[in-house]
Design a protein around this ligand. Structure first.
Ligand code: MRU
Length: 329
């Protein structure tokens, strides 16, 4: 089923906070419910957030006849999370149709959804070709966070490449890093890789660079929440450490993301707002407090990987070989 969709006048999502224990569908009929689901990461991942932004504006257009309240609702959707450019971009696309009425808004939102569906398959093909070219017929890949269908509508970004390689018989296996603090790797990527039948092992985030140094990983492949004009990649915190590990080990560091994640209006990673999700996610693990009372914590949800650590960016339309001097814009 689709991770996010418009069903009978409301947004339906797979509740990603319930996985892997429960596969539960949440029906979101109001803007407040949708914004709350985005903030709690019940729906998450850059492409899925783009669709959520667009469908959120479609909900707002139905819910608020009053112009001032409508504008406030659109703004709440657009800013529910700050880092993935897809969210504001999806909301802006749908909002640009508001003057033409709610059906026009919904039609544009559904176009955003359908475009993301098409993009996933295109990225899978281009990415799989590149991995085989760079790593040979049976590589072991390391991935971080969750970039599968759960992060998109179907398919995904980096994980769609993994799935395509597996289908082609051109993959030895995957190391998935668990992705503290919210465990998108352990909970979601492991769940998806199992469904795909891909051989994989889970590792703590900090093991990545050492596994690369020991020759157990042939390339890193992951997604992005925003790709800046200079090629800097903003993605789930921990990405930068994997990029440093890959550079030191001399293996490719590959980023797979749709064109809807490429933000050439932002010059470099330092200009991107990085969401800080507060101390509680760090101070607790699976509901239990892990640090002594009174301890403070810092919790950037994303980090910036400088462009010179990126071998290539694969979108649905092109392969940008940053290592060979290709430019994004
Ligand atoms: O905080 P999240 O789970 O929304 O972060 C998601 C990521 O960082 C993904 O790697 C990114 O969105 C690429 S997904 C296809």
């Amino acid at each position: 089923m689709r991770t996010i969709d418009w069903v009978d006048g409301a947004v339906e999502i797979i509740d990603q906070t319930a996985l892997p224990e429960h596969t539960r569908v949440l029906r979101l009929s109001t803007v407040d419910e949708l914004v709350d689901a985005i903030r709690r990461l019940a729906v998450r991942g850059a492409p899925a957030l783009g669709v959520a932004g667009a469908l959120g504006v479609a909900l707002a257009a139905r819910q608020y006849p009053d112009q001032a309240r409508l504008a406030a609702a659109v703004e709440a959707v657009r800013t529910a999370r700050p880092t993935a450019v897809n969210l504001a971009r999806g909301a802006n696309r749908a909002a640009a149709r508001l003057a033409r009425g709610r059906d026009a808004v919904l039609a544009e939102a559904l176009r955003v959804r359908d475009e993301e569906i098409a993009r996933s398959a295109a990225q899978a093909r281009l990415g799989a070709d590149l991995v085989t070219e760079l790593c040979g017929p049976a590589p072991r890949l390391l991935t971080h966070c969750n970039t599968g269908a759960l992060a998109a509508v179907v398919g995904g970004t980096a994980l769609s490449v993994v799935a395509e390689l597996h289908r082609r018989g051109a993959l030895r296996g995957v190391v998935a890093s668990e992705t503290r603090p919210l465990l998108q790797g352990a909970r979601l990527t492991a769940w998806e890789l199992r469904q795909l039948g891909v051989p994989f092992q889970l590792a703590v985030d900090s093991a990545g660079p050492f596994l690369m140094a020991r020759g157990e990983v042939d390339a890193v492949i992951l997604g992005a929440d925003r790709i800046c004009a200079n090629g800097d990649v903003v993605n789930k915190v921990g990405t930068y450490a994997h990029a440093l590990g890959a550079a030191r080990a001399g293996i490719p560091f590959l980023v797979v993301a749709p064109e809807s994640t490429v933000d050439t209006a932002t010059a470099e990673g330092a200009a991107v707002p990085i969401e800080d999700r507060g101390r509680d996610e760090v101070l607790h693990f699976h509901g239990a407090r892990t640090a002594p009372d009174g301890v403070d914590a810092v919790n950037p949800a994303f980090d910036v990987t400088p462009h010179d650590l990126v071998t290539a960016i694969v979108t649905d339309q092109r392969v940008i070989r940053l290592d060979k001097g290709d430019a994004l814009a």
